[in-house]
Design a protein around this ligand. Sequence first.
Ligand SMILES: *Cc1c(COP(=O)(O)O)cnc(C)c1O
Length: 437
Amino acid sequence: MVKLPPHLSVQNQHLMIGGCDTVKLAFTYGTPLYVTDETRIRDNYREWISALSAHYPLVRILYAAKANGNLNILKILAMEGAGADVFSAGELHLALLAGMKPEHLLFNGSSKTEADHRLAVSKGVRVSLDSLDELAMLDQIAEEAGKVAEVSFRVNPAIDVPTHPKIATGLATSKFGIPAAEITDAYAAALACKNVAPVGIHCHIGSQILDTEPFRREAEVMMELVDELFHMGVKFKFIDLGGGLGVKYEHSGSGPDAPTFAGYASSVLPVCKSVLARLGIQPEIWIEPGRSLVCDSTVLLSKVNSVKKAHKTFVNIDAGFNLLARPVMYDSYHEVLVANRADEAPDGTYTVTGPICETGDILAHDRQLPGVVAGDLVAILDTGAYGYSMASQYNGRGRCAEVLVRNGQAELMRRAETIDDLMATLKTPSWLQVNPE
Ligand SMILES: *Cc1c(COP(=O)(O)O)cnc(C)c1O
């Protein structure tokens, strides 16, 4: 049986989230439907902050906006005091619109455009540089604007992390960051620029990491560099350790546990603290969690269109990898429940498949579920991170709605896309325009 996390429960056989009945939500808003519990996000944020603050006074959380870019999620986190790691002009605009302060944002990315740098300079948002080409580009743009742009460099610490290869970002071979051995040269170049001031250092080693050891090693590499750079004259305002702490996706007995936020803090922050005390400086320490803040806040509700006994028993639901790409992209596991009979014992093995015209459109392989029939409602758990944010319109399907719940209240935070939305950006080249005459 699936052991439910505390904000989910079962009442009258129905799965509940944030005090709302998922069966009623599906009836009211239709399916597929992402449902997010606001309280869970606030609780996760507060648990992170108290875990970090127990070790060091000046900590800041820059929520990784790519995990879930709904403006309302950013607003909730802004109200809690979070900033954001933004990776595009769109994410930067959303974060500012959500009420986050420019000085609490960091514009990351390995392939930023001139327009990106211009936007950061005009909004007063710090930039994490990923190459010397970017440094030259930003110096020029800041000079044209008559400003000094504060920056960090992203370090590639060459740390092997135990996660899916597509989300290991700090390997020596990864496209991200400047190799640790070349970092001092990069800062020397930045110190020599008139319109750029290096004030921070940045790193992010990967995602869904279920062990604190790689983070501790990352902190050691980073603090060695901080020591060196401090003596070169870099005046540190922040040290950004990135995100990547994993979450538990398997709640049915097997599967690895995730480290606690307190466990992360106690293996990483003492490493930073001792070096900073020795140098006699007290910059802010930033982390950039995405998944661990929002993942467990959300379920994806999807209706069973049909059940087919073939070489396996397939449960054909109305959500596929168009709405939840993770199982197909990263072979990832999400717990699946039958939401309208959530406390019934399993009666067999089912494979849950989406409506997309691809053999690979499978959301869950060989799961033990209670006798599923057409018309049932399934809930796919832990879909708050890299769920909707990676959704597409593939196969001519609009993206679904998102609902926010809080203490029994429920309201839309994004409507579903319509057929008109699918057509909205189309243009017809002149030679294809049919003249009715
Ligand atoms: C994706 C990303 C994060 C967040 O990673 P999580 O695994 O969701 O915590 C943080 N920082 C950067 C630079 C990222 O690219």
